[in-house]
Design a binder for this molecule. Sequence first.
Ligand code: SF4
Ligand code: SF4
Length: 410
Amino acid sequence: MEARFELALAEINHCNKCGFCLPACPTYKLTGNEVDSPRGRIALVEGVLNGEIAADQGLEESLSYCLGCRACETACPSGVQYHRVLEAGKQVLDKTRPSHRALTFLPRALLRLTRHPKRLASLARLGRRTAHWPLPEQLRALSPMLRYRSEEVPGVSVHPEPIGKALFFQGCVQEALFSDANQAAQALLQAAGYTVTEPAGQTCCGAILWHAGRSDEAKALARANIEAFEATGEVPIANTAGGCGAMLSEYGEIFEDDPAWAERAQRFSARVQDWSRLIMESPVQLEFQGNGERVTMQNSCHLVNVEGGGDVPALLACRVAGDQFLPMASQDRCCGSAGIYNIQHPKWANRLLDAKMDEVAAFAPSRVLVVNPGCHMQMTLGVHRSGADAEVEHLARYLYRAFLRAQGQP
Ligand code: SF4
Ligand code: SF4
């Protein structure tokens, strides 16, 4: 048996079927069906790996409805690494029916685009110009986003007492659709004392391809990123997209059985940090002044459950004097975006989103903060669907304005 399947079976053997992960699982909460729960998915993969059931006996549907949010991992008292089981199951399926054939044309086209960030950015510009055109149902999740206008964010001077360097990872979707979030985060990092540079040669992190089971293509992107950043010593690698940060922080695991890349990948991953953490840990503590707004936040489940430091965005939002931060009970629960999940399974994604929007509505905020581009699109759709009078924006944009206000700038 291949090493990756043995690793998955080792995880499965740690699972004592206690079910503590079930209440944490958004898809189980939706249906109440065991087959939509982590425990049910683990049992299916176990049956297939042990040859007790065939791969076409429900595995594909069960795994395809998994968000990959990994909330089940943080809830598991036995420390079962569910994602290893999920990936093994997808790889089994890929052997019997290659993942690209399991996808319809539009998700396949979007996956291809992630390998070409410049083409993605051009398409986003074209999309904005044609935002009034009707879109196929599968792409409606993207339609409110096409009206988003990313504005140029002026940089700020590096703090007079620099504390060190930071390298910036742009991310393909984040840079194509929300470059203002990247610019705002870089400005705040500079104000907090970091000298920030963007290494050439970086590309998409590969997360969307990886979660779609296209591991070879994802690994090619990962190798390009490792090469782009490795000439720069131990300098931290900052990014503004929780989904990208999680993927980058797991390059070490992805290449663990590849002697040529394992060590390089581990060194790379050890340097990855969400930009918010660098701001929080800087000895130069920034001040933020609000404007009397009511603000809530949708966190990134991958930042919370995988990368770590998921509590930091809310802690920073709480530091904005004069604004009221209203934490949603479900702020760490997946919004339904999950890579291309909202395009593959719009009905389920919308049900997850609508439940979240009920919470948003109870707060009546003027602003919904996000820390990941997929959540940005999904929460914008939620605001659009619910008719809420709120603006969705990345935490970095919000804090940038609050920082300027604290500096006495309008
Ligand atoms: S994955 Fe963990 S929490 Fe879930 S059933 Fe298995 S041991 Fe229990
Ligand atoms: S990754 Fe998320 S959706 Fe999938 S089984 Fe775990 S908690 Fe449920």
